[in-house]
Design a protein around this ligand. Structure first.
Ligand SMILES: [Zn+2]
Length: 364
């Protein structure tokens, strides 16, 4: 997880109705769930890893019921625990690890383990926060978590045991990480490029230089399993003096997140200050430069029915490309059609949904 950059999660909700399921190691994809597998590509049930639920590893109850949001997550974020690279690959060690992380997080005043899932160096996969496994099996909801500031309602967090600044992750851990990510993507309808590292969002070294450097291969290995693209979005680096439509997009997105700055396409001191305030709020590195962390924190998927300043950013980009679109902040059929045309021209799936890759293509 790295440092103390994790926001706590509020939690309310009901008790698990899958207590029986959570009582043992659950082999995903064995007919337990009828969850729709929306993503095109075969569900490879045989490769879904056994996941030990909270009851199995001896979790304490959460201090308050966890919150479950009735929407799918739109990304997966990889962490390391920043703990010693132990040699013990046993299940007993893995379960003790899960208990010690939970104790630590409860000790911070959090309601439960911060992350959704934990993988030991021996490759054992465990549920972290209560109800994470149940909601994964359902494929339609997200447990609010505490692993990445400003992403805890929309991102699944995986803690990988160890410290990977100068050491490579063990093969058993990596194999389980691929299996778990493929399962998450299949059941939640995510694509492999939606797998990120913690440092893509917050000012942290997590998940270590070497595990972070492994992420392109992780995306490729997951894409080989489930199909689709493994290429992550690329973002422009904007700073004082920049002008044009990309700056307008940045300004619209800052307004979407509560800034009162005007959209004028000119990156001056007002924009610099607004970027710094946003970076501080989301615990990105505060430097006034709109780069990867800032864009990753600013954008969220947009689709028909959406509204607001972020929709204006998309419409203004498309209008600047000649789409003949009104910049009214309402994502209707005309906007959807213009997005799909843009996607087709950019060799992206023309589904009319502005996902992270489409955002990247629009502003780069
Ligand atoms: Zn982390």
């Amino acid at each position: 997880m790295g440092s103390s950059l994790h926001s706590g999660g509020r939690s309310y909700g009901r008790t698990s109705r899958r207590a029986v399921l959570l009582g043992g190691a659950v082999v995903l994809g064995t007919g337990i769930s009828t969850a729709a597998v929306r993503y095109a590509g075969p569900a490879r049930a045989a490769a879904e890893p056994p996941v030990s639920g909270c009851d199995r590893w001896g979790a304490r109850p959460p201090s308050r019921p966890v919150t479950v949001h009735s929407a799918r997550p739109h990304k997966v974020i990889v962490h390391h625990t920043d703990s010693p690279n132990v040699q013990d690959g046993s299940q007993a060690h893995a379960f003790a690890l899960a208990r010690s992380i939970q104790d630590s997080h409860l000790g911070r005043g959090w309601i439960d383990s911060g992350q959704h899932f934990t993988i030991s160096r021996g490759g054992h996969v465990m549920e972290g926060r209560h109800r994470s496994l149940e909601t994964l099996l359902g494929g339609a909801a997200t447990v609010e978590s505490a692993h990445t500031t400003a992403q805890n309602t929309v991102a699944i967090g995986i803690e990988n045991e160890g410290t990977y600044d100068t050491a490579q992750p063990p093969s058993a851990l990596y194999a389980s990480l691929v299996d778990l990510c493929a399962t998450l993507c299949t059941r939640y309808g995510l694509r492999a490029y939606q797998i990120y590292g913690h440092r893509d969002f917050n000012d942290t070294d997590c998940p270590g230089d070497l595990l972070y450097a492994r992420l392109p291969r992780l995306r490729a290995d997951v894409a080989a399993r489930i199909g689709g693209s493994a290429v992550a979005p690329v973002w422009p680096t904007l700073t004082v003096g920049a002008t044009g439509e990309r700056v307008r997009s940045l300004q619209y997105l800052l307004r979407q997140h509560g800034s009162g700055l005007l959209v004028n396409g000119s990156y001056g001191s007002v924009t610099d200050n607004a970027v710094r305030a946003f970076q501080d709020a989301v615990k990105a590195g505060v430097d006034g430069v709109a780069g990867q962390q800032t864009w990753n924190q600013l954008v969220a998927p947009l689709a028909t029915g959406g509204s607001g300043e972020a929709v204006r950013a998309v419409q203004s980009q498309l209008a600047a490309r000649g789409a003949g679109l009104r910049v009214d902040g309402a994502f209707g059929p005309a906007t959807r059609s213009a997005v799909a045309s843009f996607q087709a021209g950019a060799s992206l799936p023309a589904d009319g949904v502005v996902d992270a890759r489409t955002w990247g293509a629009l502003v780069t």
